[in-house]
Design a binder for this molecule. Structure first.
Ligand SMILES: [Fe+2]
Length: 747
């Protein structure tokens, strides 16, 4: 697979973007292109791109670049970490796939001469310890009692070099009748040392002699402790939680408290030795530990109850590829959506990026590319892994080359729609890897039959429409808004949203609200926006966190007690559940979804209000709006938003048109609306299954217009862009560009 990624999604002129490429052939051709439309649907405008002159164009040497996924902790070796003779190694563990095959809990192991110590779950699912003297002798001791998944255990191995006794402890916290999973086993061994000088101490994985990551563990580990003598069981108990007791200060080599420095990659050693480690590939933190009482839901209130790290064999943060070429954005490159197109033989890939305007060079229109939502969806495996996808679509789902590749190459990482291999939800997603569904020509499983009208390619229908109608515009990303707040938007008379801007950080939310309150004008060209609350990592670039709390349309559920994110400590879940429903921003919010056929809008009495006259200029009184389009033949489809005064739709908002009554029973009311299940939740019967088109004025002559349907973007290009969806969109855009104030009654 020829593919790549860039170190940043957007840059203004003068700044550099680095590109990393995997190419298994001797060379590939790079060509910068301006992306106009990415949807390959033959019924639509087709893929449109324009080549751009650049020094990065031309042949580049190919090289294979691999990804090493799987999270672990590494503590560098040093004189203080040396445990050549007697030792104790202990931890609390909550394995999730004990039957998977050998998995490392903790190891200081040098595989080349098989020296050191390792505490593992063996191929039989039972706890085992390994001791290698580096002279060819490897002792192994197993409890031979398989561990249960999703149960807490105290586990430990001790070795007394004087008596040569090796002891292994496997003690479940919960005991069940007829389950025999507790064991303490001892054996006299021939080895008298476990020297592994130079080997790091690792938790949740170790390395083979060839350097490959092996024994990748799934599950939680809490409070690992290493001591330089064989501790008694009582001594080990005193070390389980809390500070190292005075009596053991001389014996303890390291006491890693995973609850400290939770919002960083650091793994803090609370012992006097300060042997801090680092977590690689971003295992889940702020995870509840064995001592969680159920009385505290926020880890900030009792961090020591959140001392577990949940490791996954498919975690990935940064692919860490070598840089293949660097583009310094020239002043001649106007703001817009671009890509580095890569070609080698019949292989092709695009690495999209955004050029933002130089300060002071902003145009009147900004398109806000929903990059946070692209990250949440990055490399989603729904076509292969979601058994519901065909039910909610009412059709068979095809795989494109990217979906097939991702299904076979799990090392490219998961999306916040996927579950890890152990079934737990994916709460982090990074863009420091190829994101193969953020690509022109990609066919999404959700984007309608024969179409790729979902996220990135749906959004290019909006940029294509702007271009086709002769509008100049800038492009900004969610990250630009997150980083700069309202200042990023203030230069613009009109901001256009993407088709599905679902994920917003508090900084993005308040930035956009401040823009609207200071006279900004927003055209919301999609649906199910401003839905999930996310956090960007405060120091690490390119990664977001989503906790899927409480309800909402979701593919996994956060565990009880794990509703607060690790990045910033903020409560996750739906913005609606935190007093900020999407209706407060755009007048409408998520109400129903379905993925078969779409519906048109019908005008409502509000559309004849003089304030709405500009919206419907050229539209007949009884005219159906959007009874055509690339998505199921209509403009109201996929995901639908409705106005609701009780959820924050402003009292003066005009609800001008609706698709109510036009939807099939594949369309269903969203779960956050459903207090109890009952018949009649489908589109044929339920009035909440609808898209409402709204308009309202904001303070200081700002205004908001919302289409409230993802499929809206798929109707823009119908009939050579001459249609009533296109007309209404342009009517609104023209009026929003006009600086004249909105005066009630005479728009
Ligand atoms: Fe979504």
């Amino acid at each position: 697979m020829l593919c790549g990624y860039s170190d940043r999604l957007s840059a203004p002129p003068g700044q550099a973007i680095r590109f990393m490429v995997n190419c298994e052939r001797p060379s590939y051709e790079a060509q910068l292109v301006r992306l106009i439309c990415g949807d390959s649907n033959p019924m639509g405008p087709g893929v449109k791109e324009a080549p751009i002159d650049s020094p990065v164009n031309g042949a580049h040497p190919g090289r294979a670049q691999a990804i090493e996924s799987g999270s672990y902790v590494e503590v560098d070796d040093g004189p203080r970490l040396e445990v050549a003779g007697s030792f104790s190694l202990q931890a609390m563990i909550w394995p999730t796939t004990p039957a998977k095959g050998e998995q490392v809990i903790a190891a200081k192991w040098r595989d080349a001469d098989r020296a050191g110590i390792a505490l593992v779950i063996g191929g039989d699912g039972a706890l085992a310890a390994r001791l290698g003297d580096g002279r060819g002798r490897v002792e192994t001791l197993s409890t031979q009692k398989p561990l249960l998944a999703h149960e807490w255990y105290f586990v430990a191995v001790t070795f007394d070099a004087a008596t040569r006794e090796l002891a292994l402890y496997q003690e479940p916290l919960a005991r069940y009748l007829r389950v025999d999973d507790a064991a303490v086993v001892r054996a006299a061994v021939a080895a008298d040392r476990a020297g592994a000088t130079g080997a790091p101490l690792m938790f949740a994985a170790c390395r083979t002699a060839g350097g490959a990551l092996s024994g990748r563990y799934n599950g939680k580990i809490e409070g690992p402790r290493l001591a330089n003598r064989a501790l008694t069981r009582t001594e080990m108990e005193t070390l389980r939680t809390g500070p190292v007791p005075t009596s053991l200060v001389g014996a303890v080599v390291g006491a890693w408290d995973f609850w400290r420095d939770m919002s960083s990659e650091r793994v803090t050693d609370a012992s006097a030795n300060l042997l801090h480690g680092r977590a690689v590939n971003m295992p889940a933190r702020a995870m509840k530990g064995a001592s969680w009482t159920g009385e505290v839901m926020d880890w900030k209130q009792a961090p020591e109850q959140y001392g577990a790290i949940h490791f996954h064999d498919d975690d990935l943060y940064d692919a860490r590829w070598q840089v293949d070429f660097t583009l310094t954005v020239p002043a001649s490159m106007k703001s817009g959506l671009y890509a580095a197109r890569l070609r080698a033989g019949e292989e092709e890939d695009y690495v999209p990026f955004v050029v933002t305007p130089a300060p002071g060079q902003e145009k009147a229109i900004a398109f806000l590319l929903p990059s946070a939502s692209y990250m949440a969806y990055a490399n989603e495996h729904m076509a292969a892994n979601s058994p519901l996808i065909e039910l909610v679509s009412g059709r068979l789902i095809p795989f494109d080359k990217y979906s097939l590749f991702l299904n076979e190459h799990r090392e490219y990482g998961l999306s916040c729609y996927d579950s890890h291999s152990d079934g737990s939800g994916v709460c982090y997603s990074s863009r420091l890897r190829p994101i193969l569904n953020m690509r022109p020509k990609h066919i999404s499983s959700l984007g309608g039959a024969g179409s790729s009208l979902w996220q990135f390619n749906a959004d290019t229908h909006i940029t294509d429409w702007l271009e086709a109608n002769g509008y100049e515009f800038d492009v900004l990303t969610d990250e630009d808004l997150h980083d700069r707040g309202a200042a990023a938007l203030m230069p613009y008379r009109v901001v256009l949203s993407g088709s599905h801007p679902e994920y917003h950080s508090p900084e993005m939310w308040t930035g956009l609200k401040a823009y609207l309150d200071r006279g900004g004008r927003l055209m919301s060209l999609g649906a199910n926006g401003w839905y999930w609350k996310i956090a960007y990592h405060p120091t690490l670039p390119g990664v977001i966190e989503v906790r899927r709390n409480e309800d909402g349309v979701r593919t996994w559920a956060a565990e009880p007690g794990e509703y607060y994110g690790s990045f910033t400590g903020s409560y996750g879940g739906l913005w609606r559940r935190q007093g900020r429903p999407p209706q407060m921003i755009v007048g409408t919010g998520f109400s129903a979804q379905g993925f078969d056929v779409s519906a048109p809008y019908r005008r409502l009495p509000d559309s004849f209000d003089p304030r709405a006259a500009f919206v419907f200029e050229g539209i007949g009184d009884g005219e159906l709006i959007g009874d055509f389009g690339l998505i199921g033949g209509g403009a109201a489809g996929l995901e639908l938003d409705r106005a609701d005064r009780l959820l924050g739709t402003p009292p003066h908002a005009l609800v001008m048109a609706t698709s109510k009554g036009g939807h099939t029973d594949i369309y269903l009311v969203v779960p956050e609306e459903v207090l109890a299940t009952y018949p009649g939740l489908g589109g044929a019967e339920n009035e909440l299954v609808r898209a409402d088109m709204v308009f309202f004025e904001t303070l200081d002559d700002g205004a908001v217009w919302s289409a409230s349907s993802i499929a809206w973007s798929g109707s823009l290009s119908h009939n050579g862009y001459r249609n009533n969806v296109s007309r209404i969109t342009e009517n609104v855009l023209k009026r929003f560009l006009d600086p004249r104030p909105f005066v009630t009654g005479q728009s």
